[in-house]
Structures are given as structure tokens and as C-alpha cells.
Design a protein around this ligand. Structure first.
Ligand code: ZN
Length: 259
């Protein structure tokens, strides 16, 4: 699940936003002479692991695994790629966006794995560990963009390219974030390819470049957890992301891939 800004922190975040480098909000650099810079943001931290999945494993482990595969694939594709944190690092949401801003990244990709609303979950035991499992099938990917990102149109364009590539894998998007449930009711911008608007996601809002957040799958759902844990499917998801990034970079004419 993706963390949301709390009302209490708005004042502090506004102050932090004011401290961002001067280029924040400027257009992505379009030199055409260097590889496009992609920042991958593995969601959550070892200390705050995000959603607890059906196998009793926290979301952060899934995020780190997919981010590591993506780092390798995007690097091999010729992009200049960096992670906002390593698997052992505890990094705040603001620091993630700031990392990408200082680096003057061309695209910010936050990687998450999804849960479901409490009313659709039951607590189960896996050995000595707690776990959560869906009480009805909830599966698929979701992509979030923020209209408060300085480059909303480009964020949405990149999200559409990713949504199309993810949909090609044959798994429909998850639509549960649009349900009229407190804390959800997210606006579906493209139901067929799983794109939602979520303005207050901190990393998307504070990133000074086009930014999107992918929920790769629903780890509280037994079938979908198996899907995202399968190495073949992980490779297919990574390929979908790389294809979308290539297409976005080519369309936006940002830098170039070396290969
Ligand atoms: Zn998350």
C-alpha cells in the first residue's frame, strides 16, 4: 500500500517543498546527448514494511526484489538508473523525492505491492507469524499519478504507456481503490489499464519530474501473491516496465538509451 500525507504534516511538507533545489518544477532536461535518468523508488523500509501479505512477508521484501530486477534491466537497456534506497536503508518519503530532484531524474518510478481494504481481509497465522488474506479474490496491478506533480501530463502519459504494457501480460488491473470506502474512492482515470489519480501521494507530489507509482500485485490475495512471486511473471513485469520507459523516453525525447 502507498503511504498518504497526513493533515498534520502538511505544514512541515510545505516547508520541505520550499527547500527543494531551484530546478524543482523545471522541465526535464532534454539534452539528447546523455542517457535518460530513471530513479526507482522501492516502497517502504525495513522498519516500516508496508502491507503484510498472505505468506506473512511484508511488502517491502516484494518491492526490493522487483526494484532490484528493474535496476538491472533498465541499466542493461542503457538508462542511467538509481534506487532511492538500498534494501537495508530507512529513508523518508521526502528524502526519496529529494534524491530524485537533486539527481535531476527524468522519470520517477515508485514500486509497491498492494493490500486490500480491511473489510476484505482476515487475519491468519503462518507458522508463528501473522498474515492477512483476502476474503474474496482481489487481484491485479494499479498505477497512480498525482495531479499535484509539476509534470502531471507527462506523468499520465508515462502511466498510460505502462498501463498498456502491464495489461498486455493478460492480468486485468485491480479496481478496488475506486470503491466508495473511506480512504479509497480513488478516481479511475483509465479503468481498462488501471490508472488512478491520487494527488496526495508524497513521493509523486514532491518529485520535480514526471512520476508514477506502480502497485505490481495484491500480496494479501493467495492467487495474486503467487503470481507476483513467480520468477517468470517478475521477468514479464520488468519487461513491461522497461518497454514503457523506453517508449516514454522516446516520445518525450529525453536523453537517449545507450543501446
Ligand atoms: Zn506500499
Amino acid at each position: 500500500m502507498a503511504p498518504v500525507i497526513s493533515v498534520r504534516r502538511r505544514a512541515m511538507l510545505a516547508w520541505l517543498a520550499a527547500c527543494l533545489p531551484a530546478h524543482a518544477g523545471a522541465s526535464p532536461p532534454a539534452t539528447g546527448t546523455r542517457p535518460a535518468r530513471i530513479v526507482i523508488d522501492p516502497g517502504h523500509t525495513p522498519a516500516q514494511g508496508g502491507a503484510l501479505g498472505v505468506r506473512g512477508i511484508y511488502e517491502v521484501r516484494y518491492n526490493d526484489g522487483l526494484a532490484s530486477l528493474l535496476l538491472r534491466a533498465l541499466t542493461q537497456a542503457g538508462f542511467d538508473v538509481a534506487l532511492t534506497r538500498g534494501p537495508g536503508d530507512n529513508v523518508s518519503l521526502e528524502e526519496r523525492a529529494r534524491f530524485a530532484n537533486v539527481r535531476q531524474a527524468d522519470l520517477f518510478l515508485s514500486i509497491h505491492h498492494d493490500s486490500a481494504q480491511l473489510q476484505y481481509l482476515e487475519k491468519v497465522a503462518v507458522g508463528d507469524h501473522d498474515a492477512y488474506r483476502t476474503t474474496r479474490p482481489i487481484s491485479g496491478y494499479s498505477i497512480f499519478v498525482s495531479q499535484r506533480n509539476a509534470h502531471y501530463a507527462q506523468s499520465l502519459a508515462a502511466a498510460q504507456m505502462l498501463g498498456v504494457e502491464m495489461r498486455k501480460l493478460g492480468r486485468p488491473p485491480a479496481l478496488h481503490h475506486a470503491e466508495p470506502i473511506e480512504g479509497e474512492s480513488r478516481e479511475l482515470l483509465a479503468p481498462d489499464i488501471g490508472i488512478y489519480r491520487f494527488d496526495d501521494l508524497v513521493v509523486l507530489r514532491q518529485a520535480a519530474m514526471p512520476a508514477l507509482l506502480l502497485e505490481a500485485g495484491v500480496i494479501v490475495d493467495p492467487a495474486d501473491e503467487r503470481y507476483v512471486s513467480d520468477q517468470g511473471n517478475q521477468a514479464r513485469i520488468v519487461h513491461a516496465i522497461v518497454t514503457a520507459v523506453r517508449q516514454y523516453v522516446a516520445t518525450a525525447r529525453i536523453g537517449h538509451a545507450q543501446k
